[in-house]
Design a protein around this ligand. Structure first.
Ligand SMILES: [Zn+2]
Length: 141
């Protein structure tokens, strides 16, 4: 049990297009789409490939590995349900497959841009959601 599982936060808005992503997330898996015509990986979930406009997007499981591209330490959350968890980190993760996703970041201390991160599904408000943990062994200084 962590402080995150006790939060009273709103859940994701699930629509038909995104339901495979959220169903897998609840099972601790990270799904992205891949275009069957141009081969590019795609996130967030879409009906059309943003690279070639193909409709032939298929779900696949991502490696869960990536690099922290940017982050923010949140002291004043946008929803009061997050207040017990402040300060917490939200960041942009550049997935090894190519796309960038915004995610909750788990870090011991303040992370650095460029740090490697790994998927760590986390109970937030009673739902298993994708989060990424900064790998501390990666620190060069
Ligand atoms: Zn494409």
């Amino acid at each position: 049990m962590s402080i995150f599982s006790e939060l009273k936060t709103p859940g994701p808005t699930v629509i038909a297009l995104t339901s495979p992503f959220w169903r897998a997330a609840g099972e601790g898996r990270l799904l992205i789409q891949r275009c069957e015509d141009c081969g590019e990986a795609v996130f967030y979930p879409r009906a059309l490939c943003p690279h070639c406009w193909s409709k032939r997007l298929k779900w696949e499981e991502a490696s869960g590995r990536g690099t922290l591209r940017s982050f923010s330490v949140v002291h004043k959350p946008g929803h009061p349900g997050w207040l017990p968890a402040v300060p917490y980190v939200v960041g942009l993760v550049h997935l090894d497959e190519g796309p960038t996703m915004t995610s909750f970041i788990l870090a011991d201390g303040e992370p650095r841009v460029g740090d490697p991160v790994a998927l760590e599904p986390t109970d937030i408000g009673g739902r298993i959601l994708p989060a990424f943990r900064v790998k501390p062994s990666s620190r060069s200084t």
